[in-house]
Structure formats: C-alpha cells, structure tokens
Design a protein around this ligand. Sequence first.
Ligand code: SAM
Length: 281
Amino acid sequence: MDKQSNIYFVATPIGNMMDITLRALDVLSKSDIIYCEDTRNSSNLLKFHNIDKKLISYHKFNESERVKEILDNLKNGKVVSVISDAGMPIINDPGFVILKEVVENGFSFEIIPGACALINAICGSLFDAGSFCYMGFVPRTDVERKKYFEKFQKMNVTGIFYESPNRLLKTLKFLKDYFGNINVCVCRELTKLFEEYKRGKITDVISYYEEKKVKGEIVLVLDKIEEKSEEIDLNKEILELKKQGYSNKKIVIYLKEKFNISKNKAYELVLNYNEKEKEDV
Ligand code: SAM
C-alpha cells in the first residue's frame, strides 16, 4: 500500500478474474477485514488470487447496521476493505452509506480503481466517449421510463444504462416507439467468454434479439438523440404537408411511415406544431 489509509473501496473484476490491479490485490492482502456483498462469491475471487482473509457480508439491506461495526474497527486501528460482487463498489452497488459515514467520522479513505462495466461499454460502443451520461438501471414502468429517457435526451450526449436481460427487448421497443430508429449498442457479458457488442439501428438490434434469447449481463448504450435538428426537419415536413392541404390525421400517418416513429409520437409532433402555429399568429 502506498500510504496507510484506514479504509479502501476496491474495484473487483466484472467477469474475468484477472481484471484486478496489483494494488487492489496488495490492499486486499493487507486488510484485516474485507466487507463484501456475498461471501461465497468473493471467497472465489480471493481463492483465485491466493488471498486468505476474513470476509463479512454487507449489502443494501444491512449496510447501515454494518456502518457502526466498521467505524469501531477503524477506531481500533484495523485496516478495512470494501468490495462488491463485481466492479466498482458504490456504482449501483452498496458502499455509499459506508463511505459517507467514514468521511463524516473523520477517517481517510482510498478508492482503488479497476473494472467498471459502464467504462468498457462506452469504450466499445463506438459512440462519442468524450461526453456521456450514466443513468444506472432503466426504471420499470412506462411512466418512469418516459421521464427518465426525456431527461437523457435533453442532455444531448451518449447515454449509458444498466438493464436486465429479461427487460432488454421491452426497453428497446419502448425506445423505438418513443424516439424512432435511433442508434444503439447492446454490450453483453463484458470481459467474459461470450462478450458481445451489438451495434446498429434499434430496429435491427430488436430483430437480432427477437431471434436469439437475451442472456447474461447487459449495458445498453444509446447514441445522443439530437432532438432539435430532427424536430426542425419534421416541422418543415409538417409545414409542407399542410401547404398541400393534408389533414392532421393524414400527416400523422405520413410521419409515422416515413420516419419510422410511433403514432403517438407523430401525433404529439403535429399537436406541438399546431400549438406553435397558433402562438405565432
Ligand atoms: N458496480 C458494478 C460496476 O462497477 O459496473 C455494477 C453493479 S450493478 C448491481 C450490476 C449491473 O452492471 C448488471 O446488471 C449489468 O447491467 C452491469 N454489468 C456488470 N457486469 C457486467 C458485464 N460483465 N457485462 C455487462 N454488464 C455488466
């Protein structure tokens, strides 16, 4: 260890057992106690790296209770490490409550870098990795998804989302209906034997996963959605159609087919256009 901290938050592999830094192994070897989510899972990792240490489980349901015990250990001069089942603790994993209390109680801490699924995904997606947003797990209900993805769209950057294999197709179909034929990359089983980056238009990616059962762990990456320019183009199109005497109903059908967007989205665009026209008069 470079310097003596009291507590270390250590990144562990997200699949390949070798994806752990020399410093992480050093820290774990010198820890008196390692707090982990699942002792069985973490003992496999430690065994693989010939580390024999006391493991104690903590998870989102007992994290707050464990805090007192961890603070006592730190007061007694013990060296403590915190790991999660995979990747970086705190990133959609427990650890935050502990870290916050540790800081509030005046102990120093170190974050030991390493694997984190979202970082592999953004790099392998081939979308702009210069500015991106990470938004954790996709919510389950349509109402929540709508708000969540609208927030993402407004940021106008690449988006990274964690998703379960069971809900991937539902989410992709929702996105297609809501945003049209956007560019996506499904990053599956990163660093593992069946690692896969499936990039392309969302309609093609949906067809691909409709034929092949979706298995394993998933990070979904979306190319930025440039609402402004797309909506300006669609508004131009609506204006042209109105000039030619098309009814609202016919414009909705035309937009839906030409731009591969949902009927609801096309309807919303026409309504917005009509509202804007009224305001401009
Ligand atoms: N702390 C972890 C990290 O640093 O990435 C994330 C933990 S979160 C509970 C688990 C989710 O991360 C999975 O459901 C999946 O979305 C993503 N994930 C973790 N490992 C992955 C892998 N090897 N391939 C693809 N996604 C992965």
